[in-house]
Design a protein around this ligand. Structure first.
Ligand SMILES: [Zn+2]
Length: 318
């Protein structure tokens, strides 16, 4: 497990060795998906549903996945990745439709390309507004471009010395229950605060698709940012699990793009076991740095890193 820093909520996902991001094999699930060839050396694009493209960045330890969702009149880009290569250029290769951007939340690994678009929707939280106005400086972002974090061979023009999270313009604010009409496809915003205050899920009820952002993915789920709220998180994952009976596919924001809806119920059960003390953390997992701050709880298809001090406050641990 690699972790470069944890204070502002990084999301290291993988267990590959350092300096291995150029030659690591793609995660097995990708080989079962239809790949869309593009001109990009950085992004990998896959068809994951009807008019739904997963845009993966597998050569960086974050293993971010953004999604381009097509309607008959507009497209929605759900997250814009690390901002290391132009996701606007890539998206225009895939569709001629006008593109609206919406973020699953505004941790920097999901907003990197927002600045390239003039139609960005956003939640009305202080966290979101601050990220839009100020971005994040190179000092905070520099660990993303170390040799152990990224394969730079696919990014010949990328300047690692100035890499930062750029501010972006918000075109309109959205809220829980907002709907986005793309033409023959309506998406509903579901507020799922917890991982961050502005975390949302996106529901395509007709097709049974749910995008979960970082609220759920099949890897270590990080719940130790200072803005993470475990009570809100628990309520939010219950809300998503309640939808699972009507779902065909779940599309998370890291590692692998397609998950079975049953995972949402497993997520609620697993988190409940942690909170009621029946699930014990694995002492030996995680880096030393993580162990100072967080505990690691492992389940079959996913795991959690959770802040020790918050668990103590809640009486889960001594
Ligand atoms: Zn993330």
């Amino acid at each position: 497990m690699i972790c470069f820093f944890i204070i502002i909520g990084c999301t290291p996902q993988s267990q590959v060795e350092e300096d291995n991001w150029c030659n690591q094999a793609l995660r097995a699930q990708f080989s079962s998906l239809e790949e869309v060839k593009t001109n990009s050396n950085w992004f990998k694009v896959y068809v994951v549903g009807e008019g739904v493209f997963a845009i993966a960045e597998p050569y960086n330890f974050q293993e971010i996945i953004s999604y381009l969702i097509l309607g008959s009149e507009r497209a929605l880009l759900f997250d814009t990745g690390m901002g290391m290569s132009s996701i606007a250029t890539l998206a225009k290769e895939i569709t001629d439709l006008p593109i609206t951007v919406l973020n699953s939340h505004t941790h920097y690994d999901h907003i990197g390309g927002n600045y390239e678009f003039d139609n960005v929707l956003a939640m009305n939280t202080d966290f979101t507004l601050d990220r839009a106005e100020n971005g994040l400086p190179h000092e905070v972002m520099k660990q993303e471009v170390t040799s152990g974090a990224i394969c730079l061979e696919g990014l010949p023009a990328f300047d690692t010395t100035s890499y930062h999270s750029r501010p972006f313009e918000i075109a309109a604010l959205i809220a829980d229950g907002s709907t986005i009409e793309l033409g023959n496809r309506m998406l509903e915003v579901i507020a799922v605060p917890g991982h961050t205050p502005d975390a949302i899920a996106l529901l395509d009820k007709e097709n049974g698709y749910l995008w979960t952002g970082d609220t759920f993915y099949e890897a270590p789920i990080w719940l130790f940012d200072s803005v993470t709220d475990l009570d809100n998180y628990e309520q939010s994952i219950r809300k998503l699990a309640d939808l699972s009976a009507g779902l065909q596919k779940v599309f998370p924001a890291h590692n692998t793009p397609v998950a079975h809806p049953i995972r949402l119920t497993e997520l609620v059960n697993a988190f409940g076991e942690i909170m009621d003390g029946t699930k014990q953390p694995l002492e030996e997992e995680g880096s030393e740095h993580v162990d100072e701050v967080a505990l690691y709880y492992e389940f079959e298809h996913f795991s959690f890193f959770i802040r020790k001090d918050v668990l103590q406050l809640k009486g889960v641990i001594d």
